[in-house]
Design a binder for this molecule. Structure first.
Ligand SMILES: C[S@@+](CC[C@H](N)C(=O)[O-])C[C@H]1O[C@@H](n2cnc3c(N)ncnc32)[C@H](O)[C@@H]1O
Length: 313
């Protein structure tokens, strides 16, 4: 959704932008082009491989791109290091990159056999692997995890099957887990592997994804300059729901819940943020055909109001 992100962020010459999920650098490159000749991008990724892979792009845009290996919940640290207290725009393109998904050794995909790892940061900050969760959580804990983070309708059945199977042998590989789930869970929707939601839940738990998102959005919104925009691309309903509510809450007037009497609605200054997208933007058919992974993408954008309209100084 490159064109939509560019237009949605209203990228301008000389602006300062945060790419909170650098990945393969496709969006960062586009932000740099669109803000030429002197716009700057600070790129973050919690995966050291992504940061390492970005050195070519840093060379291509000398002095305009700076990369840091940081989880975006801690984005305040690299921003302060760069001396930026305000940014003109930020992009969060959530989930895993194609590179992570297609590298068997990372353990994100049931399509390949690899270690059940799933740590986006390859262990630099995260100790718990997917194998650890699968081999140590109780039936109740696994059921809750699969239900809450995977929205898996057969969460309990999957949890029981795992706990039974690990009595014979602990889980080490993606292949063994995927095979067991295929055997024990009903087929479900055509084209959806029975392990899909379980793998999603494990990945989200290993990487604390919802907590990261909540904290990252808050930190990015606090640092938006007046007129600055935040764009978020999410890939499943749990993420999208969180983004939708965070944006709505920031764009409505606070309700009085105590003895303090608020001014009548009409006289109140507007809230500090406004929604740029009331409904999420979706990828077009051509993009989904070219990249089937884009089919569930949703883009939402919020903007900090200009000073004359804002209650925030
Ligand atoms: C979908 S990819 C981003 C692709 C990128 N926009 C591009 O154009 O190539 C998501 C990236 O975000 C990173 N990521 C996910 N959660 C993160 C977090 N909490 N903090 C920092 N990076 C994160 C992943 O490691 C992955 O590289």
């Amino acid at each position: 959704m490159i064109a939509e992100v560019l237009a949605g962020l209203a990228v301008r010459e000389g602006g300062r932008y945060l790419d909170a999920t650098f990945g393969g650098g496709g969006h960062a490159a586009m932000l740099l082009e669109a803000s030429s000749p002197n716009g700057e991008v600070l790129g973050l990724d919690r995966d050291p491989a992504a940061i390492h892979g970005g050195t070519m792009l840093e060379k291509k845009f000398p002095g305009r791109l700076e990369l840091h290996e940081y989880p975006f919940a801690q984005l305040a640290i690299p921003l302060a290091g760069r001396g930026w207290d305000r940014i003109d725009g930020a992009l969060f393109d959530l989930g895993v990159s194609s590179h992570q998904l297609d590298t068997a050794q990372r353990g994100f995909s049931f399509r390949f056999d690899g270690p059940l790892d799933m740590r986006m940061d390859q262990g630099t900050r995260t100790n718990t692997t997917a194998a650890h969760l699968v081999n140590t959580l109780s039936v109740v804990e696994l059921t809750r995890l699969f239900f809450q983070l995977g929205e898996e309708p057969h969460a309990k059945r999957a949890a029981h099957a795992i706990v039974e199977a690990r009595k014979q042998e602990m889980f080490q590989s993606t292949h063994r887990l995927a095979t067991l789930l295929k055997e024990k869970l009903p087929a479900g929707r055509p084209g959806l592997h029975p392990a899909t939601r379980i793998f999603q839940a494990l990945r989200m738990a290993v990487n604390n994804e919802l907590e990261q998102l909540e904290q990252g959005l808050k930190a990015a919104m606090e640092r938006l300059a007046p007129g600055g925009r935040l764009a978020v691309i999410s890939f499943h309903s749990l993420e999208d729901r969180l983004v939708k509510h965070a944006f709505k809450d920031a764009a409505v007037l606070p309700q009085s819940d105590g003895p303090v009497r608020l001014l009548p609605q009409k006289q109140q200054p507007p809230p500090p943020f406004e929604l740029v997208t009331r409904k999420p933007l979706l990828p077009g058919d051509a993009e989904v055909r070219a990249n089937p992974r884009a089919r569930s993408a949703k883009l939402r954008i919020i903007q900090r109001r200009e000073p004359s309209l804002s209650r925030v100084p």
